[in-house]
Design a protein. Structure first.
Length: 686
């Protein structure tokens, strides 16, 4: 089991390493310590400058982010790879041939000798066949690159269509063969420029014996490739007083070809300027970036003057018929007032010139209705602008979009409030108390959490005069996700807590069974007890596992609600059912609003009546008994209507209202109370 596990782990590790090597396209640049053209002894400062200058040049070149390789470079790499393979095959061939020759001296049996020689001949034949295939590949690779270079000046390239754009390559010189055939040499590609050992101060140093063979020798090339170096910067310094002449050569390996040659003159006191000038001359050679001409064709031609072009976010003013950019991937953005904007990302590399055709179409607004199948009071927004509010009469919202644009909108539930009883606070934020020391409370309206959902309408679906619908319910997504996340954690915690008990009881049960079978345990009740506990703990653990699985699924489904709901077409039958739901929903909502309004009016009238009782002025009292009786009678009636009205209505609902109504009609009880009130009021006035 352990061997299989480690074997699988090792296989996965080597697979990961091999995959990483496929994608680690780094172009390693190194430099060596510069030498001097004039012989003689050197001061310590001169020796330091010979190491400092290449480091300064590397520091400047490190800003170049990538290099576009050439066909010759890719060919040299392939030929070097095939040569290394041939050398290995040849060594194997030599070994197998020697093994075959020794069989004549070691074998005494003719039958055994023939058998072993036949096996060796088969191996030798296979190796020879591999060497022949290797040579054939090398020959085909050279011919392939030669043919590829011959196509550099072809008259026309291929036409590429991408969405609304038409891009045509002109004078294609890296036209890739689209036919399905084997390519022996990879096409030029972008590679990241990386420094040797990722350090500008780390310089490559070869042995004196290796350097004696020269930079273009196979021995020196082998030493460079052993360090995985693709390019080596060499230089010679000629010093006269305070002035220095620096000649730099940049070699490419494999192939030991010279990529760049630069000579710069300056003062020893200003080495950074010398390094900067040398780097500026070498960097274009390293990046190998070609300028590409883009011919822009606007359709219709009459709007050309109004078109604004931006290349990689930089606006090109008065771009004319063509623009010149560096070869590689670019983002072209075209905009014109009254027309939808267009943009494209394309790798302009396979040709020195491209014809880019940009067809503009006038903006056409498409109007359509979007129905919401779940009744709710929603404010609907699209393109970040308010559109409409759903109501009993409006369950479909008219939306519009421009040709080619998808619609992304949001439906937000109208703000709702809940009544909360809170303590009154003074200006300092302290609770107010009454004369008995009790906290004074008040009822306040607080907004409920906002609920909403997003919806999405593809342009292909949003056609003119189409009836579309989206079925979604507004929710407080953040709160729901937090709730489901907490329950998922709880379920997971329960599962983790239950596992030790299950493992412990299972282990004790198995131990008891083995002890009983080995006659170390005679009491079978112990086995039964541990068996029962094992079963119970297993059931609990399985229940916790099921609970965790359910909560995890619920959490994922809830988290998925943040994605917009996609709208689709709907039938008339579904719309009729939805209309009935809307009628019922808003009828219930209106009834609830009426009930709340009645309660508010009732409480308001009661407060008004109470204030009226205490607002009796001193002038009315001094006016006389008769006026007081009249005023008191009117006041009593007013109290009857305002203060007792709510109670009477409540009694009518519970069934006790009949008695109250009869008493009011006869007037006897109320007349008696009114007379008493009048008499008391008169007495007080006197």
């Amino acid at each position: 089991m352990n061997k299989k596990f480690f074997s699988a782990a090792a296989a996965l590790f080597f697979l990961f390493i091999s995959v990483q090597s496929l994608y680690s396209a780094d172009w390693i640049l190194a430099a060596e310590k510069f030498s001097f053209t004039r012989s003689g002894s050197r001061t310590s400062s001169e020796e330091a400058n010979a190491s400092l200058l290449p480091s300064l040049i590397l520091e400047q070149i490190s800003d170049s982010s990538f290099r576009m390789t050439s066909d010759e470079e890719m060919l040299n790499r392939k030929l070097k790879e095939l040569l290394t393979e041939r050398q290995s095959l040849f060594l194997q061939l030599s070994k197998e041939s020697q093994t075959r020759d020794t069989l004549f001296l070691s074998e005494t049996s003719q039958r055994s000798l023939k058998k072993k020689i036949a096996a060796q001949e088969k191996k030798i034949s296979e190796l020879k066949e591999k060497i022949s295939e290797n040579l054939e590949k090398a020959s085909k690779a050279q011919k392939e690159v030669e043919e590829r270079i011959k196509k550099m000046n072809m008259s026309e390239g291929e036409l590429v269509r991408k969405k609304d754009f038409s891009i045509k390559a002109i004078n294609s010189f890296f036209k890739r063969n689209r036919e399905k055939k084997e390519n022996y040499v990879e096409f030029p590609q972008k590679e990241n420029v990386a420094l040797y050992k990722n350090d500008v101060s780390s310089l490559f140093s070869a042995d004196d014996e290796v350097k004696s063979y020269g930079y273009d020798s196979a021995v020196f090339e082998k030493a460079v490739l052993a360090e995985k170096i693709n390019a080596l910067l060499t230089g010679k310094m000629t010093v006269y007083g305070e002035y220095v002449q620096v000649s730099v050569l940049l070699y490419i390996y494999p192939g030991h070809s010279i990529l760049a040659s630069v000579t710069e003159i300056g003062t020893l006191n200003d080495l950074p300027s010398i390094a900067r000038n040398i780097a500026s001359s070498i960097m274009p050679k390293i990046s190998n970036n070609r300028e590409v001409e883009l011919y822009i064709k606007i359709e219709p031609e009459e709007i050309r003057e109004n078109v604004v072009l931006a290349v990689d976010g930089v606006v090109q003013k008065n771009f004319g018929e063509k623009i010149v950019v560096d070869g590689g991937r670019h983002i072209l953005e075209f905009s014109c007032q009254g027309y939808p904007s267009k943009n494209i990302t394309f790798d302009f590399f396979a040709a020195p010139a491209f014809l880019v055709t940009v067809p503009f179409e006038e903006e056409k607004n498409i109007v359509f209705d979007l129905n919401f199948l779940t009744p709710d009071e929603l404010d609907v927004f699209s393109f970040a602008t308010y559109d409409a509010t759903l109501s009993k009469e409006t369950m479909a919202v008219p939306l519009k979009t421009t040709a080619g644009l998808n619609v992304l909108g949001q439906a937000v539930q109208k703000e709702k409030f809940e009544t909360v009883r809170k303590a009154k606070l003074d200006k300092d934020g302290k609770e107010l108390l009454d004369k008995d020391g009790n906290v004074i409370y008040e009822e306040v309206q607080e907004p409920l959490p906002s609920k909403s959902f997003f919806f999405y309408i593809p342009y292909e679906t949003a056609q003119k005069n189409q009836v579309l619908a989206v079925k979604a319910r507004s929710t407080d997504i953040a709160s729901e996700i937090d709730k489901r996340r907490i329950w998922t954690y709880r379920a997971y915690t329960a599962l983790v807590i239950s596992l030790p008990f299950m493992l412990y009881t299972t282990g004790r049960y198995n131990s008891a069974v083995r002890a009983y079978n080995s006659s170390y345990l005679d009491d079978i009740s112990t086995i039964q007890a541990w068996g029962n506990m094992k079963d119970i703990s297993t059931i609990v653990t399985l229940g916790c596992a099921g609970f965790f699985a359910i909560e995890l699924v619920r959490y994922l489904l809830t988290a998925n609600k943040v994605l917009p709901y996609e709208a689709g077409r709907v039938s008339e039958k579904t719309l009729l059912k939805t209309q009935k739901k809307y009628d019922a929903f808003f009828a219930l909502s209106d009834a609830e609003d009426d009930g709340l309004a009645g309660d508010t009016a009732e409480s308001g009238e009661t407060e008004t009546a109470a204030e009226g009782v205490g607002s009796e002025s001193q002038e009315e009292v001094e006016a006389g008994i008769g006026e007081n009786e009249t005023g008191a009678g009117a006041k009593s009636a007013s109290e009857k209507e305002a203060g007792a009205g709510a109670k009477s209505a409540s009694e009518n609902e519970t069934g006790a209202g009949a008695k109250s109504a009869s008493e009011n009609e006869t007037g006897a009880p109320d007349s008696g109370r009114s007379a008493e009130n009048t008499k008391n009021s008169s007495g007080k006035g006197e």
